[in-house]
Design a protein around this ligand. Structure first.
Ligand code: NAP
Length: 308
C-alpha cells in the first residue's frame, strides 16, 4: 500500500509542536507539502495558500488543517471538492451546523473527514473510561486552568468570534468527559466572563448533568498563573478517580493506575491513515455541542480587558 501523502495547512504552533513529528512517526503517512502564508518547513514543498497547493502543488491525498477554526470550513470544502481526505484540528468548527455540508461532501466523494480530539488519545483516558464502567459515579469536577500568555502567545484569533476563548483548551476536557462517562451529558447552566475588549470568554463555569442527575461541574480559566491544572475528578462508590495532566495520568485514591508518554498525535494520524484507506469519516460533534450550549445558556459578565 502506498503512503497517504499529507499536506499540512497552517504552519503554526501545533503544526510545529506535534503534527510534523507525528506524521514522521506514523507508518503509511508522508508529509508531502506545507501551505502557510508566512511559515514553511525546510525541505518540504511550500505554498502560501490551500488554493495554490491544490492547483500547483505535488500530488497529495490528504490535508491536515491546522489553521484557526474561523477559516477551516472553507479550506475543508476546497480540499474535499478537490478529492482530498481532510483532517480537522479541534474544535471542528466555529459553529455546529457548518459541519453538516462537509460531512455530506465527504460522504458523496467517498473521502474521509476526520474531526480530531487529540486529548481522547491521552494514555490514561481509555483506562479511566474502563474503570468508570463498573462504578457508580456520584459526581464529577473538571478543573482546566492555564495561563493563556504561556500557551497561546499572540494568538489573536482565540479572542475573535468563533475563537472560543477559554473553551479552546476547555473543549479538550469536554472531549475527555464525553468519552469516559457512560451516559450523555448536557449543560444546565453556565457563567461566562468576557474581557471588555474581547469577543470570547477568558473564564467559564459550567454545570452539566446526565439523565440520572449526575452532578458535573467544570471550571475553565485562562488567567491561571503558577501551577496549571488539566484535571478531571470523579467521585465514585469505590473511590476518587483523578485523571490529571490532560489525561496523561490516572489515579484512584492517590494510587497511580495508568500513565504514559504523550503520543496523542501519533494516535490521531494512525486513525487518519486507517480511515482514509476506506474513505470512512469520523466526526463526533458532542464536545462542540456542549460549548455551543454553554454560549446559548451562559450568563455573561464583563471583566477587565485582556492585553497579551
Ligand atoms: P497558531 O499558532 O496561531 O497557528 C495557526 C496558523 O494558521 C498560523 O500560524 C497561520 O500561519 C495560519 N493562519 C492564521 N490565520 C489564518 C487565516 N486567517 N487564514 C489562513 N491561515 C491562517 O495556532 P495553533 O496553536 O497552532 O492552533 C491551530 C489550531 O490547532 C486551533 O484550532 C487550536 O485549537 C488547535 N490546537 C492547538 C494546540 C496548541 O497547543 N497550540 C493544541 C491542540 C490543538 P500563516 O500566517 O503562516 O498562514
Amino acid at each position: 500500500m502506498t503512503d497517504l501523502r499529507i499536506a499540512i495547512v497552517g504552519f503554526g504552533k501545533i503544526a510545529r509542536d506535534q503534527h510534523v513529528a507525528a506524521i514522521a512517526a506514523t507508518p503509511g503517512a508522508t508529509l508531502a507539502a506545507v501551505a502557510s502564508r508566512n511559515a514553511s518547513l525546510q525541505g518540504v514543498p511550500h505554498f502560501s495558500t490551500i488554493e495554490e497547493l491544490l492547483q500547483k502543488g505535488p500530488p497529495i491525498d490528504a490535508v491536515s488543517l491546522c489553521t484557526p477554526p474561523q477559516v477551516r470550513r472553507a479550506q475543508a470544502a476546497a480540499a474535499l471538492a478537490a478529492g482530498k481526505h481532510v483532517m480537522l484540528e479541534k474544535p471542528p468548527g466555529t459553529g455546529v451546523a457548518e459541519l453538516d455540508p462537509l460531512i455530506a461532501m465527504a460522504a458523496g466523494a467517498k473521502r474521509t473527514l476526520f474531526a480530531t480530539w487529540h486529548s481522547r488519545h491521552a494514555p490514561a483516558v481509555e483506562p479511566a473510561r474502563q474503570w468508570l464502567t463498573d462504578r457508580h459515579i456520584k459526581s464529577v469536577h473538571i478543573s482546566w486552568k492555564e495561563d493563556v500568555r504561556v500557551w497561546h502567545p499572540g494568538q489573536g484569533w482565540i479572542w475573535e468570534p468563533g475563537g472560543l476563548g477559554v473553551f479552546d483548551p476547555g473543549i479538550n476536557a469536554l472531549s475527555i468527559l464525553t468519552r469516559i462517562l457512560p451516559k450523555p451529558v448536557f449543560v444546565t447552566a453556565a457563567e461566562l466572563a468576557f474581557p471588555a475588549n474581547c469577543q470570547a470568554p477568558i473564564a467559564a463555569n459550567l454545570n452539566l448533568t446526565d439523565i440520572s442527575g449526575l452532578p458535573v461541574t467544570a471550571e475553565f480559566d485562562f488567567r491561571q498563573t503558577g501551577p496549571q491544572s488539566w484535571d478531571i475528578l470523579a467521585d465514585t462508590d469505590q473511590g476518587r478517580l483523578t485523571l490529571s495532566s490532560g489525561g496523561a495520568r490516572m489515579a484512584v485514591d492517590g494510587k497511580v493506575l495508568a500513565e504514559g508518554p504523550d503520543e496523542e498525535y501519533r494516535g490521531l494520524y494512525r486513525r487518519f491513515v486507517a480511515l482514509a484507506a476506506t474513505g470512512a469519516s469520523d466526526v463526533d460533534l458532542t464536545p462542540l455541542r456542549l460549548v455551543a450550549d454553554a454560549f446559548l445558556l451562559g450568563k455573561r459578565t464583563i471583566v477587565e480587558p485582556f492585553v497579551d
